[in-house]
Each structure stands twice: as structure tokens, then as C-alpha cells.
Design a protein around this ligand. Structure first.
Ligand code: FES
Length: 62
């Protein structure tokens, strides 16, 4: 699903970016352009990112 409509960025792309090392919204913005236009997606994009980072950390700890 699209998280950032302005830049056509999906939740899948955000997770892929996290898998490549992104851990902050700023890094997502630099790589994918998330939240660089209207900014309305910032909270949702950060939530997708942080949930994925947390889930990945849990898997690594297991
Ligand atoms: S929806 Fe992401 S910048 Fe507008």
C-alpha cells in the first residue's frame, strides 16, 4: 500500500530500505523521498519503519 502518495512510496519499499540499514525517518527521506513534499506521511512512514526495525531486532535476538 502507498504510504507516501506524493512520492509513490509503498510500505514494502520502506521495509526494504530498513533491511538495507535505514533506521530513521531522515534516512528514509534521503533514500526514498518520503515526507519531502506535503509531509502528511511522516508519522505513518516512521511507524512502518520502527515496527519493521523492532521486528527485525526481535528475530536477530531469537
Ligand atoms: S504523502 Fe508523503 S510527502 Fe506527501
Amino acid at each position: 500500500m502507498y504510504v507516501c502518495v506524493c512520492n509513490a512510496v509503498t510500505d514494502r519499499e520502506i521495509r526494504q530500505c530498513a533491511d538495507l540499514g535505514a533506521t530513521t525517518l531522515g534516512e528514509l527521506s534521503d533514500v526514498l523521498g518520503v515526507a519531502t513534499c506535503c509531509g502528511r506521511c511522516a508519522e505513518a512512514a516512521d511507524r512502518v519503519l520502527q515496527e519493521h526495525v523492532a521486528a527485525s531486532n526481535l528475530l536477530e535476538a531469537a
